[in-house]
Design a binder for this molecule. Structure first.
Ligand code: SF4
Ligand code: SF4
Length: 287
């Protein structure tokens, strides 16, 4: 049953791109190649690693050529990475920082695809609704980039108090005389850290139609694209005002076990993490 409904996702999880990327990265950066595409074109087929057999590694890698081109900038010395620190907060050199940024981009793109094919068969809307009565939380939050606000028809709260608050502050933001989450409908809030959609108890995202589908599926926000398996090769650090944004190397994969496909595929996700040299962290978010 599991193998039937999740066949495409299981196949993608069993062919992680990172082992192939490590090969290409090494050959390209140490060899006389002008482009990453040249290296990909010369790869043998199939390729077998300790954990996976890739029948079509060239086609698989070609799907990520735009991101892999970042290695060309690294080789030319033209890639300017953000400040990246290790887990002890020591800055890593620019070369290692650039590689970590590119690897994060590759994992993000790969997991967006994997999440998309796994979510559909579950016919689940957990990510698109507020907490139900049995849950401890008062609201769920969907963080948004500035350009994503217009995807939602919802009230907006943007004032000095909201811009000075965070959703989990002990001293709760008040909106229209009540705690911000005690409203009937989802609303957009401008916090200290940026915008988010707040889904109060019992509410649904304004973009969810009555068949449980997203009206904005093709344009849905970034955060809705990789709902429950998140790559953290690097993670953003809260920057002190005025400081350049910084990242920390984590080399982790976070899988949220509230999600039905994460619960069903824990072994496959663990194998994917191991093959990608990421530490798997399983976490429950909604309770
Ligand atoms: S925008 Fe779409 S995918 Fe995102 S929470 Fe709303 S309905 Fe769900
Ligand atoms: S919890 Fe999982 S299956 Fe449910 S909507 Fe979110 S990503 Fe999809």
């Amino acid at each position: 049953m599991k193998n039937d409904i999740f066949a495409e996702g299981i196949s993608l999880l069993s062919q992680p791109v990172m082992p192939l990327v490590s090969m290409v990265q090494f050959i390209y950066l140490t060899g006389p190649f002008a482009t990453v595409g040249e290296v990909i074109g010369e790869l043998p087929e199939p390729i077998e690693t300790g954990r996976a057999r890739y029948e079509n590694p060239r086609a698989l890698l070609s799907g990520y050529l735009d991101i892999l081109a970042g290695f060309e900038k690294v080789k030319e010395g033209a890639f300017t990475p953000p400040v990246v620190v290790d887990e002890e907060n020591n800055p890593v050199d620019g070369f290692a920082a650039a590689l970590a940024v590119i690897q994060q981009q590759l994992l993000t793109a790969e997991l967006e695809r994997i999440n998309s094919v796994l979510c559909g068969p579950c016919q689940c809307t957990l990510c698109c609704v507020g907490p139900v009565q049995s849950m401890a939380q008062e609201f769920f939050e969907i963080p948004l980039a500035g350009g994503e606000l217009d995807l939602f028809t919802a009230g907006r709260c943007d004032n000095a108090a909201s811009r000075n608050s965070l959703p989990l502050d002990d001293d709760e933001l008040l909106w229209e005389g009540r705690p911000f989450y005690q409203v009937a409908e989802p609303a957009l809030f401008h916090w200290k850290k940026g915008w988010s959609l707040i889904l109060p108890r019992g509410s649904t995202c304004p973009n969810l139609n009555d068949r449980g589908q997203c009206r904005m599926y093709d344009d849905r926000p970034e955060v809705c694209r990789r709902p429950q398996i998140f790559p953290y090769m690097i993670e953003p650090l809260e920057s002190v005002e005025g400081d350049a944004p910084a990242m920390r190397i984590r080399q982790s994969l976070l899988a949220v076990v509230d999600c039905p496909y994460v619960r069903a595929l824990q072994d496959e996700i663990a194998d994917y993490a191991a093959a990608s040299e990421l530490n798997l962290v399983l976490k429950q978010n909604k309770s």
